[in-house]
Design a protein around this ligand. Structure first.
Ligand code: R5P
Length: 293
């Protein structure tokens, strides 16, 4: 990949983009996005893009409007003569919709990847939710780089948590939980999750008596409604675990999910800052900057 000529921070990811650009030694500029009273967007560039390799930085939580914004911006950048466009989306949405669970359903992961492939030359993201789709190559028609926050999470655990034991709340999360535990040099185990609906899950698992001697860290890629983590915390507390921490990569925190985790008995909740939120204590900007250098 040729080095970016400049990195554009798309709101609301401006601050993260600015820090990343500084760490990567790339010029930063912002994009003006205004909204008309009817919700239509007015987007304005502040730079000449002729023959430039331009990076767009935007985390795609609450994705629908942001996708329209990005597509309009990418289209305009090309019209204005940009040579190459890279999308940096620390959180890539819709990846959990990786198959038609019911007849007639859209497989959103594939559609989104196809749309982005038509508008950008390259995509960089962090820990996308890959499950049935094993590799971004299966869905993107452009080079797609997957960065991993596992070493950052592992080093957070090593430095902050005494006698940790890592739990993955379900089979899908175990890829992160297992790698985090390996890097942190501690044990890992897995729960079984049954999802009845977006807001109703049950979590169970065999826990040996030893578990109560550990500080348990539940590691998942996403906290959305918080039900997965909350049910896991309840099982662990019932099994006699005194301290349970929740760590995830992408903190979506829908509705009162944080309060739900605290009510369930979490001693602490920590995320990376792929999505800015008050619990984002693990910084990924150097990781992204490294990939842009
Ligand atoms: C799904 O398998 C993911 O790994 C997460 O476990 C899930 O997205 C968490 O969602 P929620 O917080 O709504 O339970």
């Amino acid at each position: 990949m040729s080095k970016l000529d400049f990195l554009i921070g798309v709101p609301p990811s401006k601050e993260l983009a600015r820090i990343t650009a500084r760490k990567a030694g790339i010029k930063y500029c912002s994009l003006d996005v205004k909204k008309f009273p009817d919700g239509e967007l007015l987007i304005k560039f502040n730079r000449d893009m002729k023959r430039k390799h331009v990076g767009f930085f935007l985390s795609l939580n609450n994705p629908n409007e942001k996708i329209v914004e990005l597509l309009f911006a990418a289209h305009t950048a090309y019209e204005q003569g940009a040579r190459e466009l890279t999308l940096i989306a620390p959180y890539l949405p819709y990846m959990r919709e990786d198959k038609a669970f019911h007849k007639g359903e859209v497989v959103s992961a594939r559609i989104l990847a196809s749309i982005l492939s038509g508008s950008f030359d390259r995509v960089i993201t962090i820990d996308p939710h890959l499950h049935r789709i094993k590799d971004l190559k299966e869905i993107f028609e452009i080079p797609a780089t997957k960065l991993s926050s596992v070493p950052l999470i592992a080093s957070y655990i090593k430095s902050k948590i005494k006698k940790p034991l890592v739990i993955g709340p379900d089979e899908e999360s175990f890829q992160w939980a297992k790698s985090v535990a390996e890097e942190a040099g501690c044990k890992a185990t897995i729960f079984k999750k049954h999802r009845f609906s977006a807001k109703h899950v049950s979590v169970s698992g065999k826990l040996d008596a030893e578990i109560s001697k550990y500080t348990v860290v539940i590691v998942d890629d996403i906290i959305s409604t918080g039900h997965t983590m909350a049910e896991s915390i309840k099982s662990l507390r019932k099994a006699g675990v005194k301290k349970v921490y929740c760590i995830c990569v992408h903190g979506l925190f829908i509705e009162d999910s944080y309060a739900k985790l605290i009510r369930a008995g979490a001693a602490g909740v920590v995320t990376t800052n792929t999505i800015q939120n008050p619990h984002a204590k693990i910084d990924v900007t150097a990781l992204i900057a490294g990939a842009l250098k």
